[in-house]
Each structure stands twice: as structure tokens, then as C-alpha cells.
Write a new protein. Structure first.
Length: 254
């Protein structure tokens, strides 16, 4: 099923997408949501991020091609950072230019894993049962902030400005990422094209490993990392993250 969130009568609502219609639901998205029987035209609905995560966990150096080109060693364990949940926006929502940083800002097309059940120290075999579904992501980064202070890498700040965590357009609970490719289009021009199977750590491995460090709760998001082709964006540029079989996330920077 394809679950999305949107604004309806001035409040946040959620439902399932079928064609160009949305079936409105209420209750707990990760529990037993109940269909209201009301359907709405998708074209009339302002998009919201498909989930409201308590934690956003991002991976670094999780793709073989990028590691090989950059001379990075294969990581022995997932290398991750925390990104502010306040950075999250949805499909077609703008990515604001930061007011406190005038340096380069880059897109990073990624696959996002959305947790559906509490996960604490789960095995790799059991991890898929704790995944609610997947969506496209743009892990936006203020590049120069990462290592501007040589005494303290600023991963959190560089990744957490308002709008720097684009997710959407919806969460697909049936999507299988193993054979899919991700493409990132910047101003309509392809800048990234890589296989999701090129990950060092698969989604199930990430859920398992990270759940041994911290408890994952329903709605939490794991960004699986990105591969080659990351470049700065110019204000006014539209970035589309396209994952075959999953959908297209589109946001304009500035």
C-alpha cells in the first residue's frame, strides 16, 4: 500500500493512494488505521512528509562505488549521524536557503527506511518485520560546514537546517529495494544513477545494527546513504529523486 500525509481542512491527515484518489483513514498509521470511506482527489491535496519521525538517522559511506572512487575503506560497521526531525519536509515543499549559512548546499538522493514496529536489538532475519515501508529522500547538506572547524565535525548542523530532510512522496509498504535503481535529476538533468544493491549494509542490516545501539520507534527514518554524483545546488533549482517502482520526490531549493 502507498501511504501519504497531506493537509485536509487545515489539519494533517493520512490515507492510501490508488490512482489519482486518496482513501482517507484515521487512527494509528502504524497500528490498525481505519478507512473512513471518504475519497479525495490527489490533485487538490497539499503534500506533507509521509511520516513524522522522532529520529532521522543518516548513513555515511554505505555504497561501494563511492567508496572505491574516493579511496574510502569498507566500513566494519554502519557509520551514521543524527539529523534533526525538524528538517523534514514533504513532496513539493520548498527547501529554504539557510539564513545563517551562505556556503554551498548539496543534494543527496537516497532511499529512506521507515520503521513500523519498535525495534530493540533485533536480528537481521527479524528486521524486515519492523520495517513499515520505504520512500525517496533528499538528504540535503551544507557541505562546507562539515569540516569547517577542524576540532569538531559539524554533521548535525550541516544536515539539519529547515527543509534539509525531504521525504516522499509516499511510503510504499510493498516495495522491494533489492533490484531497484535510484536517479537524481537536477533541473531535469540526471546527476545520480546507482543501484540500491550496491550498499555495504542493506536496509535489514541497518535496522538490525542500529537497533542494537538505540531503540527504533514507529515513524523513525533511516536514510541509507548516497552514491556518486553529489553536487551543490543553485537557488531556484528543482531536484527530483526517482526510485524505480517507488516514485518521484520533487523539491525546489530556495
Amino acid at each position: 500500500m502507498k501511504w501519504l500525509r497531506f493537509r485536509h481542512h487545515g489539519t494533517a491527515a493520512f490515507g492510501t493512494l490508488e490512482g489519482d484518489r486518496v482513501h482517507l483513514h484515521h487512527g494509528d498509521l502504524y497500528g490498525t488505521p481505519v478507512a473512513t470511506g471518504e475519497t479525495l482527489p490527489l490533485a487538490d491535496l497539499p503534500w506533507l512528509a509521509p511520516c513524522t519521525p522522532g529520529k532521522v538517522i543518516g548513513l555515511w559511506n554505505n555504497f561501494r562505488a563511492a567508496a572505491e572512487k574516493n579511496g574510502w575503506a569498507q566500513p566494519a560497521e554502519p557509520l551514521y549521524f543524527l539529523k534533526s526531525p525538524g528538517s523534514v519536509i514533504g513532496h513539493q515543499q520548498p527547501i529554504p536557503v539557510p539564513v545563517s549559512h551562505d556556503g554551498r548546499v548539496a543534494y543527496e538522493g537516497e532511499l529512506a527506511v521507515v520503521i513500523g514496529r519498535q525495534a530493540r536489538a533485533v536480528s537481521v532475519a527479524d528486521a524486515p518485520a519492523h520495517i513499515f515501508g520505504y520512500c525517496c529522500a533528499n538528504d540535503v547538506t551544507a557541505i562546507e560546514l562539515l569540516n569547517r572547524d577542524p576540532t569538531f565535525p559539524q554533521w548535525t548542523r550541516a544536515k539539519s537546517f529547515d527543509g534539509f530532510g525531504a521525504l516522499g512522496p509516499f511510503i510504499d509498504t510493498a516495495f522491494d529495494p533489492s533490484g531497484a535503481h535510484l536517479r537524481t535529476l537536477v533541473g531535469g538533468r540526471e546527476r545520480q544513477n546507482y543501484a540500491l544493491a550496491d550498499m555495504f549494509f542493506s536496509p535489514a542490516e541497518l535496522v538490525s545494527r542500529i537497533s542494537h545501539d538505540m531503540t527504533l520507534e514507529p515513524g523513525d527514518v533511516i536514510l541509507c546513504g548516497t552514491s556518486l554524483g553529489v553536487l551543490p545546488m543553485k537557488p531556484g533549482t528543482t531536484v527530483e529523486v526517482v526510485i524505480e517502482g517507488l516514485g518521484t520526490l520533487s523539491n525546489t531549493y530556495g
